[in-house]
Design a binder for this molecule. Sequence first.
Ligand code: ADP
Ligand code: MG
Length: 727
Amino acid sequence: MFRHRRTDGPRLETGVSDAGPDPAAWAPGGGRSSGLSLERLPIRALARVGPKIAERLERLGILTVQDLLFHLPLRYQDRTRVTPLAEIAPGLETWVEGEIRESSISQGRRRSLKVWIGDALGAGLLLRFFHFSPQQAAALKPGKRVRCYGEVRQGPQSLEMVHPEYRLLRPEADEPIAPCLTPIYPSTEGLQQRVWQGLTDQALALMERSAPAELLPLKILEPLGLPPLTEALAFLHRPPVGTPLQDLIEGRHPAFARLAFEELVAHQVSLRRMRLTQRRRQAPVLAGDGSLCQRLRASLPFRLTGSQERVVAEIAADLAQSRPMQRLLQGDVGAGKTVVAALAALQALESGRQVALMAPTELLAEQHHRSLSAWLGPLGIEPLWLAGRHKGREREERLAAIASGAAPIVVGTHALLQDDVTFQDLGLVIIDEQHRFGVHQRLKLREKGGGEDGAPHQLIMTATPIPRSLAMAFYADLDLSIIDGLPPGRTPIVTRAVPDTRRDEVIERVRQACLAGRQAYWVCTLIEESEVLECQAAEETARQLSARLEGVRVGLVHGRLKSQERDAVMAAFASGALDLMVATTVIEVGVDVPNASLMIIENPERLGLAQLHQLRGRVGRGSVESHCLLLYHAPLSETARERLGIIRDSTSGFEIAERDLALRGAGEVLGTRQTGSIQFRIADPLRDQPLLAEAQRAADVLLVDYPELVMPLIDRWLGEREHYGGV
Ligand code: ADP
Ligand code: MG
């Protein structure tokens, strides 16, 4: 249970009465302190914040006093007590005190000042300074008492502190030590911890007069043992003596949990609101009559699996509603999502509506266009492909076909989002590989359409399985459909990690596979962050392998080939006219050649687990046993070893994602860097997983019983960011 012991921390000054403007003057109520709102009080109102400091704070997103209060310490130092010399141990960061016994300047490899201190019990410690002035050396002379703060280390002969902070003690005055743990703030150049201390002292004093609004009702907080907001903030900025440091640093302390929880609730509330708003919108009823769907099913060379059927039914039911579907379809690589999407598209077509399919890369869009054409062409439906490279007349013709409704299905990349693309009556939007698109983009496509009767339905497909816990936190505005397992008849891929010193053996293996009539991929990975270099590496590898592998027909694809050339090479490989395909990571998505059963991945340690899993999914699509060799360059770091181990031991995308998450954290797994999708300030969905379910419950309670708290909460934690939600 959380107990906050009040501390009267050192107040340098509050800045209210002396230097600087009077913050009350900023209050909307004409200076009444009750009207003072820290949320609007600019940071400049604090004492000693001039343009320079204000500008530096702004760099960290701190504009108001409230922003400052929510800027939490990164870690803490315990300066509340002096550890007796007899009790110190390596690794401890603490105050110590002693009498100087000896002091000398050594001229060894590096000139240094060595000062030995000791106490009455005979324990001692060596202080070592590499940078010192003659005055310092003279002042630190035997007989003086000194107090030092620093980290204890094991030196060659004894315990030591290198460059401690220190001050000489005067015998008569027992100098005070800190009354609470010392916060260390995340900072930026030119803002020392001293400055942060002074600023937060002022902010905390102001908080006592005018607390930030409490946005979570006691009814929610109390059962969870979480403190009120101001208590939590005061505690985190100035934790009292005796607070378990480790709990604080690892974010497990209730005061910390309280803030993480509030942030999670804010996100949940925001996502719920988007969802509710969506649900209130109209959407065209796409009931379909089953005619096209039946014909597609009859033409497929396979039967849908049980979980594909389940998902198809979930989607069909959604489409028949008059409110927009917002469904996330998850399924591992090769699980068969495309056919599910095709059936959804046909249902929309049966109802006389247009369909847009958006993919993250041209190659993937092209692949979708190809599969859809192969399936739907025989039904008399020609999907239209809109690519960035369609220019001039060609583009205009395509745009006209989209605008008139002559094109029932349009496939493309984010080029579909451009303003000149208008649909006649868009009924369904299908987005592949959701994690590569930001929320904005998803919403923008939605705005494209629906005609009079509202927003189009949305189906979002992802092959990067998102662990359920995260899906809950990030996609609370979506319904979830999962295709579990792969279609029958696939044999699992056997994966092995092989050092590149055995490259010759690996090449031999490729020869045997190809001569036995099987096909193989050789994937060259990014050498640097440069597509040019990556392509050059692939060209070079293709040359070497052709020279070495007589009788093996080698092809090459990379991102810098013209798409016609790339098409031709891919088609040759698919038809069996090529045996070995040397490629860059462009083949990650969108290639489907069931006879390919061997994949070599060079320098796999450079790739993320999700990407490796995607790549590997290019093999194992037929009935022969497939192999994947991870040709790594030794020595591997500890994590690299661990990550390759995960790929070797598991072929389940879900399991890989869970373990990747534990290893790397949520941001990396979801690829937030590319997408700019949800970023948390304080919460960490992995660490705070136990709070997630509670946060969802709390969001429901707020929306129903405390609607007045909803917007303030969203503003506090998401600010501008929610507004692109178009709510
Ligand atoms: P992904 O989910 O990765 O997009 P695809 O839709 O590309 O997977 O499907 C992979 C391969 O599996 C394709 O060749 C597809 O035709 C085939 N496939 C899909 N569903 C089935 C099924 N039920 N039985 C057999 N093969 C299937
Ligand atoms: Mg796919």
